[in-house]
Design a protein around this ligand. Structure first.
Ligand SMILES: [Zn+2]
Ligand SMILES: [Zn+2]
Length: 198
């Protein structure tokens, strides 16, 4: 039996607060591991593609061990509460999509009241009650689950870094561009960056 609440608490430590999205991510991670018959990934044996970048992804990272830093998580900006899990040992991919009626199910567990609670301890206690009920719902009641075809994801690689000839910052070689005979990083080659040097 999975200690759903224990996993939620672990996820809260990582995420910073309790929220419905986090519960959904934890549930999704638990369901994926159960259905694939594996435990939390310590390496890249399991890979996930998530289709949103909301709170749920943090729950999923904690529970399933598919993490951005480890390179076994990728993000497609589709705005869907959905994820596909690829298990390398069996070359199978499982897609989970949060059912439209599932949010209603959480709402019916006094979600609004829990969300309105300002006291952090009381809020956690209210969410804990929801988590226990939500965690008990059968996976196929919460998600549409299907086996899909997916190309095997590449393994994360450690690549050599080289110095950008404009800003001088070390840059992964595969991310450099040659422009006017100079080896440049992406922002230097395009002239577009998200910050300006003061
Ligand atoms: Zn959140
Ligand atoms: Zn540069």
């Amino acid at each position: 039996m999975v200690d759903f609440l224990g996993l939620v608490e672990e996820a809260v430590k990582f995420h910073g607060h309790i929220c419905p999205g986090l519960l959904i991510g934890v549930k999704m991670g638990v369901a994926a591991l159960n259905l694939l018959g594996v435990s939390r990934a310590s390496d890249e044996e399991l890979y996930a593609v998530v289709e949103n970048d909301n709170c749920s992804v943090d729950g999923l990272q904690v529970v399933a061990g598919v993490t951005f830093g480890k390179g076994n998580l990728s993000f497609r900006d589709y705005g869907k509460m959905a994820a596909t899990f690829y298990l390398r040992s069996r070359k199978i991919a499982l897609r989970l999509v949060f059912k439209p009626e599932s949010f209603e199910k959480i709402e019916n567990m006094d979600l609004r009241e829990a969300m309105r609670e300002q006291n952090p301890e009381l809020k956690m206690a209210k969410f804990a009650k929801i988590a226990e009920r939500f965690g008990d719902l059968p996976d196929d009641e919460v998600f549409n689950i299907s086996i899909v075809d997916m190309a095997e994801p590449q393994m994360a690689e450690i690549r050599k870094s080289v110095k950008c000839e404009s800003c001088g910052e070390m840059t992964m070689e595969t991310k450099t561009v040659v422009k006017n005979g100079k080896l440049l990083c992406i922002p230097c080659s395009s002239g577009v960056n998200y910050y300006r040097v003061k």
